[in-house]
Design a protein around this ligand. Sequence first.
Ligand code: GLN
Length: 465
Amino acid sequence: MSKQGHPRGLYLLFVTEMAERFSYYGMRAVFTLYMVSALFTMESASEIYGYYTGLVYFTPLLGGYVADRYWGNRRSIIVGGLLMALGQFLLFLSASFVQPSIQTEGGTINPAIDNQLSIVFLMGGLFFLILGNGFFKPNIATMVGSLYRPDDKMKDSAFTIFYMGVNVGATLGPLVCGIFEGDYLNPTRFQWAFLCASIVMLLSILLFSALKNKYIVTYDGIQVGTKPFRQVQVEKHQLTAKEKQHIAVIFIIALFVIFFWAAYEQAGVSLTYFADQQTDRNIFGWEMPTSYFQSFPAIFVVLLAPVMSMLWELLRRWGCEPSSPMKQAIGLALLSLGYLFIAFGVKDVSDGTKVSMMWLTGLYFIHTLGELSLSPIGLSMVSRLSPGHLAGLMMGIWFLSSAFSNILAGQLAVLYPDGSPKLLLGFIPITSLHDFFMVFVFMSGIAAILLALLTPLLNRMMKDA
Ligand code: GLN
């Protein structure tokens, strides 16, 4: 145990996850910008972004299952990490071979036609990133839970610390990879961003492999994640009625969480277009790279996580701490509020006008409060509610909701006003930025209300967990 009382293994998992998220968010910060600079139109790039980020969260279901049954957590993490390093490397090759776009006389930028090779490398890279994340993501989170006794009260704070690791990585990734932001004249420059993401991923896996045996052990010194659960548990385990109820709670909440991430993940796509085209990024004469905006939520998480923990602690002492499902509903409500804030900011803004950064910054600040109310609490809740032999799979189910969200995010981003007519659900016209942002106000607001109404029932179902 370290001085603070958390097992040292938590910090190794913290650093490993931090480096992996560096690579994930570093790549993601420049991904859409790279695609639109040379390969695809904005609409196609939005859809590819949605499918990529969606599938990235779909494969954890597979990775969780494989770890529970065959590989154990450790091997899954190492294989996953190596696959992701390879994926980023293929993106590096994609950008190395890319040809600049062609600007027509009318000023329109058209992707160059001879970029097939880059597209093939891009798709190959995305494939390995998707597969690799599936093995990595659920297993690292499950291992955090396994370092503690099932009833250990420190689990919530362990997940909050771990979540800070996620976000230190998510802050640094875009800041470092964003240095290599190219544009339609020089798309090759993006290659260095992808190479950087690949190297950091590889280093993280080397570190994890070197230190795992020493630090990834339970409170009583047993190695964690070396074997699949099936070999640890001798009897075949039948689910009890209580366990079935707990699993049902995970499913119900995961369903609502879809609407959270679908709105939140606009960060990498429509909000990036907004930052690029409609936000004044000039700070005392320095033009901030567009991709830097994607660090904002992560910076806010690192700053606000301790504040939120203190707030929950204070509310607990006063006897009015919201239950976990209610915290998820609050998270959704804050997301809706963030979009309301920006919708107000752009209300009378015409196309091409640039607004102050204050709007996007304020939105990210409010969204982060929502994220902290929902995401680490969700991880801890899944760890607490999952029957041991299904821990990886259940984590996979939790991330599955992010898969649907991200696909939905890409579809919704297509509604971003770009001059062509847009219809929500085939009949609601979206004619301005204000309309576009209001879609998210309603989507997450309605989900928040419904979840809050269901909370008493969910609390009853979660008893004894
Ligand atoms: N931002 C968090 C991460 O990258 C949560 C993502 C999610 O659950 N969709 O791990």
